[in-house]
Design a protein around this ligand. Structure first.
Ligand code: ZN
Ligand code: CU
Length: 534
């Protein structure tokens, strides 16, 4: 036997939630050809994994890197975490489809997430082909965003879709599914997805029934409307007859923290009725999104230009303040209540402001905190992102420990060092997976190592319907992550986020060693996955 790669003597944790065993893994080309004791034969490349864990490559269940692949083709912040597949097109955002004449609307919509899309596609298939030509560093599974469908069929207006428009969205969804989308994502706090009714979403999701498509949702509020929003997501899945994935499960805002147990119970109840309801989570008590999401939804009616125009009107600002500026000085948006020192500027065009919290910005500018926030959103033309500390650390542990919750970073891949994204992004961008393995599994002993690995591999692969990824198994794709269980952890912090993790010496994607003794080798080793091809 001749192996292209032989990994010797590691503890193989195969992704199925069973304890590891010491074994060799033999790779031929892009495939795992054998797993067993003392594999014989020559190897083009030998990795001595004694003392290390050998796991399937990690699957990031929730990512937004599709907005920046053209700028960060190496996907370094992801690959160095051991991620070999990421799921993108989340929270209603996807770069396709785009109908002719609406390119600028899609461009502006993505701009606030750090994207500068050069749109040269219309259909979902054309977009996937574009990405294939560009080449991707890791495997990518796409969802189609409800926001993209709505921008194409309805535009950015806050209104119900007509029957004709719903039919148009359904046609675009059909096309995306046929091209290789794994399902439909919604972001029901983000315009224009939030303008879609429950009925609209049931109708669209029905088009996925029997075709394996998943309804994946950033639900309609993670704060005071949390329980109703979970119920809506489950209802949509139940009435449409499709699996449900609840994105970044959380209870946002102190006053809502005690609702979290009920959220997990609702997922369990739905599952006990036979529904396929699961969730994902990132291992941090802070979230990150665009700062203009602090504004009430009606401010976004008609798109970002109209939002900015409203921000210039004193009367509109007064309405925003009356609605959201609470008597105790905190802010009450759809993300729950938050103090001004709990909101940090993550990235904007003014480098000197990055990392600063809004209480400090207010002091510096001599304005009230909400006025300072609105001025900043206006000055940056909404191109400002933030990190908000609104969750309970205990709840993060509860969600992560839930048997049907997998790991998803909710991040955009970056490359360390100076570049277009050198602000202060949420550290989940660099640290999600090693943090679960190190801090939550080894240090807090939240679950055994095989369970941590399962939540990043086999569990996610099963949800996505992968038939040959997510496990270490003969015939499966050679996506492998080799880490040191005693040392692995994140290094990225909120004040110093651009730091790669430690304890992950090797990452292999489709048989290619892309992290080798801790060094990144940037090659387009990934594939654009489709439900049939993976
Ligand atoms: Zn989201
Ligand atoms: Cu997201």
């Amino acid at each position: 036997m001749a192996w292209s790669l032989l990994i010797r003597g590691g503890t193989v944790i195969d992704g199925s939630n069973t304890p590891g065993v010491i074994a060799d893994v033999g790779v031929e080309g892009d495939c795992i050809a054998a797993v067993g004791q003392n594999l014989q034969g020559d190897a083009e490349r030998l990795i001595d994994a004694a003392g290390l864990a050998v796991a399937p490559g990690f699957i990031d269940m929730h990512a937004h890197s599709d907005l920046v692949y053209h700028k960060c083709p190496s996907a370094e912040s992801k690959v160095r975490q051991g991620v070999t597949t990421e799921v993108v097109g989340m929270c209603s955002f996807s770069p396709a489809p785009v109908v002719p004449g609406r390119e600028k609307a899609v461009h502006d919509w993505a701009a606030g997430l750090g994207a500068d899309l050069d749109i040269c596609w219309e259909t979902f298939r054309q977009y996937l082909d574009h990405l294939r030509r560009l080449g991707v560093a890791l495997n990518v599974a796409h969802f189609v965003g409800h926001g993209a469908l709505r921008l194409a069929a309805v535009g950015a207006d806050k209104r119900a879709a007509t029957d004709v428009e719903i039919e148009c969205m359904a046609g675009l969804l059909d096309e995306a599914l046929a091209a290789g989308a794994f399902g439909l994502s919604t972001g029901l706090v983000y315009p224009p997805s939030e303008y879609g009714s429950t009925e609209e979403l049931i109708g669209l999701s029905r088009r996925m029934a029997g075709r394996g498509g998943i309804y994946c949702s950033h639900i309609r509020g993670e704060a005071h409307t949390l329980l109703e929003a979970i119920a809506e997501a489950i209802q949509i899945g139940e009435e449409a007859g499709v699996p449900v994935q609840i994105s970044h499960v959380k209870a946002s805002g102190r006053e809502n923290w005690d609702k979290l147990d009920r959220v997990l119970a609702m997922i369990d109840e739905a599952r006990s009725r036979g529904l396929d309801v699961t969730g994902d989570v990132y291992p941090y008590a802070a979230g990150s999104t665009k700062m203009d999401n602090l504004l009430p939804g009606w401010m976004h009616d008609g798109g970002i230009e109209k939002c900015l125009a409203r921000l210039r009107e004193p009367e509109m600002r007064r309405r925003v303040l009356a609605e959201c500026f609470l008597k105790d000085g905190r802010w009450g948006g759809h993300g729950g209540t938050v103090g001004w020192d709990e909101i940090a500027i993550a990235s904007c065009s003014r480098r000197d402001l990055e990392g600063m919290n809004l209480a400090d910005l207010a002091r510096q500018t001599g304005k009230s905190p909400p006025e300072a926030m609105m001025e900043l959103v206006l000055a940056e033309r909404a191109g400002v992102s933030m990190v908000t500390f609104t969750q309970s650390p205990d709840n993060v542990k509860k969600v992560l420990a839930h048997p049907h919750v997998m790991v998803g970073s909710d991040s955009i891949t970056l490359t360390a060092g100076p570049g277009p994204f050198s602000g202060r992004p949420h550290p989940r961008t660099y640290g999600t997976f090693p943090r679960v393995l190190g801090t939550y599994c080894r240090d807090m002993k939240l679950f055994p190592l095989e369970t941590a690995v399962h939540k990043m591999t086999g569990l996610s692969a099963a949800k996505l319907g992968f038939e040959n990824r997510g496990l270490i198994c003969r015939g499966f794709a050679a996506d492998l992550t080799i880490f040191d269980p005693a040392n692995v952890n994140d290094e990225a912090t909120f004040s110093d986020p651009h730091r790669h993790p430690r304890g992950i010496p090797y990452v292999i994607i489709n048989g290619n060693v892309v992290v080798d003794e801790g060094r990144m080798i940037a090659i387009p080793a990934g594939q654009v996955l489709t439900p049939k091809s993976n």
